[in-house]
Design a binder for this molecule. Sequence first.
Ligand SMILES: *Cc1c(COP(=O)(O)O)cnc(C)c1O
Ligand SMILES: [Zn+2]
Length: 389
Amino acid sequence: MAFSCLSCGRLVGPTATQPRCGECGGFLRYVEEDVDNLRAALDGDVYAALPDVADPIRMGEGDTPLVDVETPAGVPGVVGKLESMNPTCSFKDRGSSLLVSTVRDAATDWEGIVVASTGNTATSVAAYAARADVPCAVLVPDGTSLTKVAQAAAHGARIFTVSGSFSDCFQLAQRVRSDRIANATAVYSANPFVAAANRTVAFELVKQLGEAPDWVTVPVGAGPLLGGCHFGFRDLAAAGLVDSLPKMACVQSRGCHPIVRAFERKESVEAWTEPITTSVGAIADPLVGYPEDGELTRRAVIESNGTAVALADDHVHAWTDRLADDAGIYVEPASAAAAAAVEKVSRIEPDDTVAALLTGHGLKEPPEETPPTESIDGDEAVVRDALLE
Ligand SMILES: *Cc1c(COP(=O)(O)O)cnc(C)c1O
Ligand SMILES: [Zn+2]
């Protein structure tokens, strides 16, 4: 198996301690050399076109359902990919499974894993590390959802909080990383495995829809999910297994949208140095110290003829409620942003197929207040009246 450098084209072996090209510092992308493996992936073997590992750690990640989401009149319809159905309830399990498997592989010197996270990568890597019996240290920003931290702690990870943003956690993880410690942080420059694993989303969408969708809307922090998914479609197109590449829509929050800003200005991505004013924490990544990760995502968007939108928190929360209330789908706000984008991307045509990646479960970010309950002392009439006119 090999990764190729996106800048100079050189092929290199798998490595997460040296996640970039040794010659030119470019990003690495997994190359699937065997078309039969891509065919097998489209036939439903979701792992067929991934880098090989000797003894993979798997818990049924991937192969997530695709369900219709009813949209308001005049808004294009959406199918939601329920990434919340992964083992730790977010798509991060696709990358964690692969990365932690490589760490356990006897051919590496890795003994421990460090991971910077806004919450979901931490819980996911912690779970797979527990299964692999590898020590895991999690670095999260102060104020990360208690539920996510509790989940990681339950899996035995050491939890360290860092004052500042995700970027501060990322930079710390880069300093911790060594020949013996793998960095499992989910940005391209930390390890090339995560984007490789996210390609499976593309394979599954084509299998489920029978063809590539017209659009894929993706909530984006640094964007390895968007980029990985795009690489997956590119692999299929190069092998002649799909006719067209879906347009990728990069969705961020107005309160932190470095990639959308650069897309609109037609400039390279720069770090977001203004205050972060969004409550949608899972995608609030200011990219301080690694704007080139966001730039790779911007290029994937452009190459796919896609677009980028920044949404107001209120709009995102309205869609979080709508998905739960009308469609029966309970996701966290960052995920609802993927569906909310259909209302803001004017280039989507009424009969386009739009797949929204619903990245993480609603139980990850419970509301701050207890919802209203009614105390009724066993009075059945009150319950009946609540249900019938
Ligand atoms: C990590 C995450 C994202 C952003 O994905 P990236 O590919 O890291 O940019 C979106 N939604 C949720 C719920 C996440 O946990
Ligand atoms: Zn190179």
